[in-house]
Write a protein that binds this ligand. Structure first.
Ligand code: SAH
Ligand code: SF4
Length: 435
């Protein structure tokens, strides 16, 4: 989500005539797009900022901008802490960068953190990839997971209307983009705030409807979406994924914990049994689906046995990948005030243990690809080995393969090719091309 915001802000700067500096320490304008999901992400901001603030003494024209979730969370406090900052802007204001910079040019120190109706961005994002693009479909989050800072920094859910999404994707397709990832913090909530209901009382602006609506856009070969919430993940959505050819067989559905009491304390709104049912239905309809999730260890009050339930679920469901984190208390979240916080040693120990299991499971899961022929979308050269190209399978596995094809030509980014998998590692594959 932050990467997508960064690309949009970079696009705005580009449209204003800014070009990329060789090094951040030489730039005339520095914008940090920040993350506050965990404390270590937040702390990074302060160390970067310190270096830039010093530079301002000799270079008074330097513009220093803090965007994103730390900006939203800290607001004016940031100005008190680092008075050299020119602009503090929350994520809802990303599309207003040009207007806000005009105020800075007029000599103001600006804080833009008030709730804001997110505007359609008419400039073109400066995307890092020419093949794969992120497309926001819903901003914000209305859930209240007790550990999570997102709702307080990204605000209320705001869905973009289907027509805007459709035309953005058409534009991307016409510029050669092949893969689209629809983005939302809780993407299953897409459309809840939009009008549209059938005679039978069913909403017509759901994620499922959106997938059907954008599916036939010419030029787009692959569609992905993230992040799914088990509370709202519907069977209708699974059916659509099975039916719609371009929708890739990869599901990212965070489970957070394998224990029902912890899930309840987290305010997640589902049980682990419900989660297992979702996975079973996916595997029933789409047997080769790859499934990933997120998990938090050492949540306040988590006992050793409750932690073991999380390990058990990873082993039982055989995830392809799990993003793990030790619980980090966040400002203005209920769980951060609870007295039953766990000590650092337990966090470190549990994180190490879960990561070990995740790696073992991923390695085991990846062996199913050995010898298979997979469709890979060529993204570019492997930066670590220039004789190789890299791309992803439909299941989102990073895959490396030789640059040349049999006729001694070279593959181009954006091509869909067939790769026979000859080597599997926990989080990537290698193979030889066969077409
Ligand atoms: N909207 C998504 C994910 C949001 S944040 C969802 O509901 O799943 C991405 C991940 O960061 C979360 O899935 C969670 O595993 C992790 N996370 C969020 N807050 C955290 C905290 N306070 N401590 C540790 N991990 C956290
Ligand atoms: Fe945070 Fe929960 Fe919203 Fe995800 S669903 S962003 S974890 S509050």
């Amino acid at each position: 989500m932050n990467k997508a915001d960064s690309e949009r802000m970079a696009g705005i700067l580009q449209s204003m005539g800014y070009t990329e500096a060789e090094e951040e320490i030489k730039a005339d304008l520095v914008l940090y797009n920040t993350c506050t999901i965990r404390d270590n992400a937040e702390q990074k901001v302060y160390s970067y900022l310190g270096r830039q603030a010093k530079r301002k003494k000799n270079n008074p024209h330097l513009k220093l901008i803090i965007a994103g979730c730390v900006a939203q969370q800290e607001g004016e406090r940031l100005l008190r802490r680092v008075p050299e900052i020119d602009l503090v802007m929350g994520p809802q204001h990303a599309n207003r960068l040009e207007t806000l910079l005009t105020q800075v040019d007029n000599g103001q120190q600006v804080v833009a953190t008030e709730d804001h109706q997110i505007l359609e961005d008419l400039t073109t994002a400066r995307r890092d990839s020419k093949i794969c693009a992120w497309v926001n479909v819903i901003y914000g989050c209305n859930e209240r997971c007790t550990y999570c800072v997102v709702p307080s920094v990204r605000g209320k859910e705001q869905s973009r209307i289907p027509e805007s999404i459709h035309s953005e994707i058409e534009g991307l397709a016409s510029r050669g983009y092949k893969e689209i990832t629809l983005l939302g913090q809780n993407i299953d909530a897409y459309g809840r705030d939009l009008p549209g209901i059938t005679k039978e009382g069913r909403r017509t602006n759901t994620l499922t409807d959106l997938l059907h609506y954008i599916h036939n856009i010419k030029g787009v070969e692959r569609i992905r979406f993230a992040t799914s919430h088990p509370r709202y993940f519907s069977s209708r959505l699974i059916d659509a994924c099975a039916q719609l050819e371009k929708v890739c067989e990869h599901f990212h559905i965070p489970f957070q914990s394998g224990n029902n009491e912890i899930l309840k304390a987290m305010g997640r709104g589902y049980t682990i049994e419900k989660y297992k049912k979702i996975i079973a239905r996916i595997r029933d309809l789409i047997p080769n689906a790859s499934i990933s999730g997120d998990a938090i260890v050492a949540f306040p009050g988590e006992s050793e046995a409750q932690f073991k339930d999380t390990l058990k679920i990873i082993d039982e469901l055989q995830f392809d990948q799990v993003n793990t984190a030790a619980y980090s208390p966040r400002p203005n979240t209920p769980a951060s005030n609870w007295p039953n916080q766990l000590p650092e040693e337990i966090k470190v120990k549990r994180l190490k243990e879960i990561n070990h299991l995740v790696e073992l499971t991923a390695r085991k899961r990846n062996t199913r690809y050995q010898g298979l022929i997979e469709e890979v979308l060529v993204e570019g050269i492997n930066p670590k080995d220039k004789t190789q190209l890299m791309g992803r399978t439909r299941g989102n596995r990073l895959t490396f393969f030789p640059r040349k094809n049999l006729q001694n030509g070279s593959y181009n980014p954006g091509e869909l090719i067939k790769v026979k998998i000859t080597e599997v590692r926990p989080f990537s594959l290698s193979g030889i091309t066969i077409n």
